[in-house]
Design a binder for this molecule. Structure first.
Ligand code: AMP
Length: 226
């Protein structure tokens, strides 16, 4: 679906809240592109770039990369994609994740009149998230996510599109995952308050499954941009 005005979206939600799933559904429906900072880092790890080597150790422990590194890598990617300025519609998943990143991103976006205009908070109960993570498998090259309970791959252990093997995320083990969850609460949740200063930008949607959340998100997207 074409949009009447550019959508510049940030998807916020705890790890395991379904950001990847909501993103792929939005992309199917709307003329929109997405950038996931986690996928970007995992691609760098797979390609063994300098950034990938640095990221690998931090991600395995469930830590966060330094703000400056993230701002640099995401800003370059936004520039390379041609998303700064112009009228493309896009969505960010996983970045910014701290107040420092948000402030620096705002400066980059403001310089090209491309400020975020829709900040979505996905709210999913913690016990649902924990159950979900136990069953999560990913296809690293594409970022496609599968869940053995809700959306299993057509053939066990293989990506539906490429047939390549699926893997567990090393940072999904229970101890590391709890650390990531705690980090989300301490550092990323406060971004909701930060973005609430811009009237009407934040939209919160709550539900136990992606099927409950998605229709609400889509309706709001239609209301705002079409
Ligand atoms: P995600 O796929 O979004 O859960 O990201 C996986 C991991 O990549 C995170 O646990 C962090 O270690 C790292 N990461 C991704 N995005 C960021 C970010 N904006 N700031 C710092 N670290 C990040």
């Amino acid at each position: 679906m074409n949009l009447l005005r550019p959508a510049r979206v940030l998807l916020l939600g705890a790890p395991g809240a379904g950001k990847g799933t909501q993103t792929s559904r939005l992309l199917k429906r709307f003329d929109l592109a997405a950038l996931s900072s986690g996928d970007l880092l995992r691609r760098n790890i797979a390609e063994q770039t300098a950034l990938g080597l640095k990221a690998s150790a931090i991600i395995k422990q469930g830590g966060l990369l330094p703000d400056d590194v993230m701002v640099d890598v995401v800003s370059s990617e936004l520039r390379a994609l041609g998303w700064l300025g112009g009228d493309r519609s896009w969505l960010l998943d996983g970045f910014p994740r701290t107040r420092g990143q948000a402030q620096q991103l705002d400066a980059v976006l403001a310089a090209t009149a491309s400020q975020l205009n829709f900040v979505v908070q996905l709210k999913v109960p913690e016990e649902v998230i924990l159950e979900r993570i136990e069953n999560r498998f990913v296809h690293v090259p594409s970022g496609r996510v599968y869940n053995l309970t809700y959306n299993p791959p057509k053939e066990a252990g293989k990506d539906d599109v490429t047939g390549e093997p699926l893997s567990r995320r090393p940072d999904d083990d229970p101890v590391t995952f709890r650390k990531r969850l705690a980090e989300y609460k301490a550092l990323t949740e406060p971004l909701l308050e930060y973005y609430s200063r811009q009237a009407g930008v934040v939209f919160s949607v709550e539900g136990e499954t992606s099927d409950i959340i998605y229709p609400q998100l889509e309706a709001e997207f239609v209301r705002r941009f079409t």
